[in-house]
Design a protein around this ligand. Structure first.
Ligand code: 13P
Length: 255
């Protein structure tokens, strides 16, 4: 399965900064062959990124969306608005939304369902806090988050789904999970899919690792049996750093 590497810019970059980044990164796209690359800017910069990436193989993602298609939801953004800008992917249930904005499993489930029904590919984020990890609850937390987000979903839709395993304690801390921990968590995601939807390979599911990923540590994650990509925060903010990271990932899988 093709690697998928996504840049989650979070609340960074103006329109001008986004245009500069996209024009720069697309110059290196021939070096990304075999890796699916996508950029998830803030909503305000999606139109600029879409125009600047037009005709390139680099894809566009959003960082969130509402589950309704329209309505009286001040400050929210709906799936059709994203699709109209050429957005293909949408991050759902990022830990910053779960923990800082109070997003719950019920909201996340509705978002995943609407995204899939609308033709957007959700990147569903799961992961345990440091305290849960210390209590040995990693697998139980992941399973609860998956069940909460995917209950009632038809297996036919799963091939459009990406799951990102992002342990909360590894995000923005410089303290990346060990490859053994990342594989163990990703393997537990595979087991969940196997018992609920069928063989992961058969359904086409891809799993990303996220949390302090950089060019110099990405390689070993990309060759783990259960991991097929990365969700990158800090190291995706500079075009040359992000380009080096993608090339390092590619090198790891082809060598
Ligand atoms: P960092 O790469 O900055 O740790 O962020 C990871 C993340 O939250 C991506 O969604």
């Amino acid at each position: 399965m093709e690697l998928i590497i996504a840049a989650n810019w979070k609340m960074h970059k103006t329109v001008a900064e986004t245009g500069d980044f996209c024009r720069f990164i697309r110059q290196s796209e021939t070096l990304f062959t075999g890796v699916e690359v996508l950029i998830c800017p803030p909503f305000t910069a999606l139109a600029t990124a879409s125009a600047a990436l037009k005709g390139s193989s680099i894809k566009l993602g959003a960082q969130n969306m509402h589950w309704e298609r329209q309505g009286a939801f001040t400050g929210e953004i709906a799936a059709p608005m994203l699709l109209a800008l050429g957005v293909e992917y949408v991050i759902i249930g990022h830990s910053e939304r779960r923990h800082l904005m109070g997003e719950d499993d019920n909201q996340i489930r509705q978002k995943v369902k609407t995204a899939l029904e609308s033709g957007l590919k959700p990147i569903l984020c799961v992961g345990e806090t440091e305290k849960e990890r210390e209590q040995g609850l990693t697998e139980a937390v992941i399973e609860k988050q998956l069940a909460g987000a995917l209950e009632g979903l038809e297996s036919g839709k799963i091939s459009d789904l990406i799951v990102a395993y992002e342990p909360v304690w590894a995000i923005g801390t410089g303290k990346a999970a060990s490859t053994a921990d990342a594989e163990s968590a990703a393997a537990s995601i595979c087991r969940y899919f196997l018992s609920n939807f069928g063989e992961k390979k058969v359904v086409g599911l891809r799993i990303q690792y996220g949390g302090s990923v950089k060019a110099d540590n990405i390689g070993p994650y990309m060759v783990l049996p259960s991991v097929q990509g990365a969700l990158v925060g800090g190291a995706s903010l500079e075009a040359n750093t992000f380009s080096a990271l993608i090339q390092a990932a590619r090198k790891a899988v082809i060598s």
